[in-house]
Design a protein around this ligand. Sequence first.
Ligand SMILES: *Cc1c(COP(=O)(O)O)cnc(C)c1O
Length: 358
Amino acid sequence: MTDTLDIKITKTKSSRLEQTDFNNLPFGHIFSDHMFVADFEDGEWKNFQIVPYGDILVGPGISALHYGQSFFEGLKAYKHNDGTVSIFRPDKNAARFNKSAKRLCMPTMPEEVFIQSIAALVDLDRDWIPQKPNHSLYIRPFMFATDKYLGVTPSKTYKYMVLTCPVGPYFSKTLRVKIETHYTRAAEGGMGYAKSSGNYGVSMFPARKATEEGFDQLIWTDAKEHKYIEEMGAANAMFVLDGKLITPLAQDTILDGVTRDTVIALAREWGFPVEERKVSVAEIIEGAKTGKLTDAFGAGTAATIASVGSISDDSAEYTLKIEPKDREFSQRALKAMNDIKYGNAPDTHGWNYLVSGD
Ligand SMILES: *Cc1c(COP(=O)(O)O)cnc(C)c1O
């Protein structure tokens, strides 16, 4: 990195660190002391600041609220046993940030600026990163349109912000999932590959219906025929079928997850066969019936690996024969990823971005 970002830092006068209960960290509820803010005006990014975490003032006419020019990212920082702080693969999030921005006619951001904004914030709030197994600092960068104008055109001004939250282990119960064959999250030509806010709003109604029916999560299928698996809630769907790792190809209806990419990279290194292709509902159900489906999980930053206990279609529920703790592939992948993230294994891929503390 050549230039260092010029950031104006205003520190909080009253840290909330002491009064925070690190033994009780419900996901996304507790924010660290500071946040990053920048503005896009006159065609450029400016006003790079770190300020105390708090409410912001926006006009009621901002187009983010009316037309959904808004998207986010999600990644994590980890504290190693020796105190080292690292962020996992932020370059991947920077690239995806710009993919989302382009799809929504929003300004892109140089990857170094994105990474430096996050690194500076994490460095300042490093005491908020829990130094405990399976704990981390969740990082939420996002951007939204701020023109106070009710015309349906891309905004000329935007705000970029980063929030962070200390988080504990994601609830790791075994999931009962339902294959969704009526509602659609994303269609070809749409914005499924972008981490746009609208993709999440649209998923809440079907997800709530599934919850009311007693399921924990749903599996999205293709918009045309509902015959092919796309994603699992807000995570990528991955399966081990007949000794091969299979996962839907990351095309325009699918969010190209960093966890998914990491699992695939590790599997290839282990010589484990990987197939990125169309995955039919029929083959997964058949595999669950015959026992050839030996692993099924959602892959994402928040949960890392969320194991599936049973899969239901419109007629029946199929329980996987192997308990999550005995599933060789996902247990190995989870351990390998955690070992790298927490500095307990050599980072041979250069996946850890080290946050220097000086
Ligand atoms: C964020 C997200 C994922 C997982 O991506 P990661 O980079 O692994 O966190 C998968 N699917 C959807 C729809 C998502 O929003």
